[in-house]
Design a protein around this ligand. Structure first.
Ligand SMILES: [Zn+2]
Length: 298
């Protein structure tokens, strides 16, 4: 009776149209301008005509931020599939194929390096790794990056690009929200700055935790930033959502963000912010306070 039976096809993730496609020429999805690939790379994957921001990966992000070489940390951490989860295919298998495709072990790179001569602890999320979802490894790596910053007295910069918590790790992935937030509270008590950079897209548990906790929250133009997706909200409240809802500009207008910065000016802006906040500190005064905080917390 296979005539009446619809063959079940596993759900494929939608093609990521905003990524820079392979080839010599690229068509901008926003203004349809045909751009030479090298020109696009030179403008940090921002359309030279309409300033559409193409998505870039975590390594490109770090290369864009740091003055020179950087030191990567905790590269080897890998998820152990604690729930033995399986949806359309086993999570373990999904991990293996993603690791092979991206050359990364999970959805974040953490590193230390210099931004305009100021040493920083930076975490950049990778959307290409299971939608940049935050599981145990992402949580642990970001927490360690913050703790490293506290130990070495460095500012923290986290670049978010994530669909939210990783459902294949269930409650364990939700716990990362609290874990990272607690580490950021310790960073705050150590009087060290944290700059959060929200890129397209930043949603779910990442928005609901560290992405919105920056001393300064900066977004790229027209980035999708929210908790639940627009369709879910429309179905729940049974109302049509306003134009541009959950985009950077809408959130800035309503006080959810501090600024929107073009990617081509991002490094200079962060450099200025760090110089302002780090320069304002007197290490001799701060050091005893840090020691006290460390004792009271741990
Ligand atoms: Zn364009």
């Amino acid at each position: 009776m296979s005539w009446f039976k619809k063959p079940k096809k596993p759900m494929e993730p939608p093609a990521d149209k905003s990524r820079v496609p392979e080839g010599l020429w690229v068509k901008c999805p926003s203004c349809s301008e045909i751009i030479y690939n090298k020109d696009l790379a030179a403008s940090l994957s921002v359309c030279t005509k309409c300033a559409h921001h193409f998505r870039i990966n975590a390594a490109e992000r770090l290369a864009m931020f740091f003055d020179g070489a950087w030191e990567e940390h905790d590269r080897g951490l890998q998820s152990t599939d604690p729930l033995h989860f399986s949806d359309t295919k086993p999570y373990r298998q999904r991990l293996e194929t993603t690791i092979a495709a991206t050359g990364m072990n999970d959805a974040v790179i953490t590193a230390t390096g210099d931004i305009h001569g100021i040493r920083c602890s930076v975490a950049a999320m990778e959307y290409g790794f299971i939608g940049g979802s935050m599981g145990v490894v992402v949580g642990e790596k970001i927490t360690r990056a913050i703790e490293r910053a506290i130990a070495q007295r460095l500012p923290v910069v986290i670049v978010s690009s994530s669909g939210g918590a990783r459902m294949m790790e269930g409650a364990l992935s939700l716990m990362q929200m609290a874990k990272i937030s607690a580490a950021l509270a310790r960073l705050d008590r150590a009087r060290l700055p944290y700059v959060s950079v929200l890129t397209d897209p930043t949603t779910g548990g990442v928005t609901a935790s560290f992405a919105m906790l920056g001393d300064v929250n900066i977004a790229e133009p027209k980035a999708l930033i929210g908790f639940a997706g627009p369709r879910v909200i429309e179905q729940t409240i049974r109302q049509k959502l306003p134009e541009g809802f959950q985009r950077s500009e809408f959130l800035l207008e309503r006080g959810m963000l501090d600024m929107i910065v073009d990617r081509r000016e991002m490094k200079d802006t962060i450099g200025r912010l760090l110089r302002f906040s780090v320069g304002a500190q007197h290490p001799a005064e701060v050091a005893p306070a840090v020691a006290a905080a460390a004792v009271s917390v741990d």
